[in-house]
Design a protein around this ligand. Sequence first.
Ligand SMILES: Cc1cc2nc3c(=O)[nH]c(=O)nc-3n(C[C@H](O)[C@H](O)[C@H](O)COP(=O)(O)O)c2cc1C
Length: 306
Amino acid sequence: MNNTDLTVDICGIKLKNPVIAASGTFGFGREHSDYVDLNKIGGISVKGLTLNPREGNKPPRVAETPAGMLNSVGLQNPGVRYFIENEIQFLRQFSTAIIANIAGNTIEEYCEMAEILSDADIDAIELNVSCPNVKAGCVAFGNTPEGIADITSQVRKHCRKPLIVKLTPNVTSISDIAAAAEDAGADALSLINTLLGMAIDIEARRPILANNTGGLSGPAVKPVAVRMVYEVYRTVKIPIIGMGGISTGNDAVEFLLAGASAVMVGTACLVYPDACIKVCEGIEQYMKRHGFCRVADITGKLMLNT
Ligand SMILES: Cc1cc2nc3c(=O)[nH]c(=O)nc-3n(C[C@H](O)[C@H](O)[C@H](O)COP(=O)(O)O)c2cc1C
């Protein structure tokens, strides 16, 4: 008997299943579409968009680490207008939600992008206020409650799509940041972005990344990410999209139990193009094993040890 319903509704974004490709690890879906049926993925958060095209940082800008990777790509992208003119139509051939991930140097840039994208054929905007790899802006907005409240409330005025605010883990109290984003008008939260890290080539006595530091992602960050989702779930009422090191269905279920309503899969997509589909199948198997009919029934169902 197959009575599992994988659909989820995150602040009005209707997903056929709770698995979304994480920004920066799936491009605009084109490359992956040769290997994966994009119709089977709940949604795609596209590579972080900026108002104008960006070349990103100098190479080397990725480095493998034990159970993960560092990246300092630095938001290489063709700009928001190129995305609208050349990429949305391609993605719309598939029945998958399109989430536009945006980043800027100033609040005005974020507001302008939100304005432009509100008239585009996308399903939601994800505010990247948490990228550790660009010098100006971005992470600076996301690492204090005041900063995140300011940018969220201003973008809110220009955003006529569901607004997801993506949180950085590089803070002392993720709950305070999450509460500030919710109060300022976020419809949903996604977390975590990468953890600031560094790797050193000891022979050369130099950092491996040309940018010196970068963002850590992959299985190594999963326990940190699960703990943060757990804390944020206890603080906010808006839906949470959890991510950080998910590569199997069981990984994803940890996030759902901790309080996520959906998940994103990032680094695993770089290793296995079909990672999102495998994660989704794993969630479905878990639901069958445990008699859960709907994904929403798993959210927050963690039983704490006393
Ligand atoms: C190569 C690379 C590029 C990324 N680019 C972006 C980006 O443009 N915007 C963004 O919000 N997050 C970006 N991220 C962060 C991921 O979306 C995700 O938050 C993070 O990697 C944790 O998930 P994971 O461990 O499943 O990869 C990037 C991550 C990687 C590895």
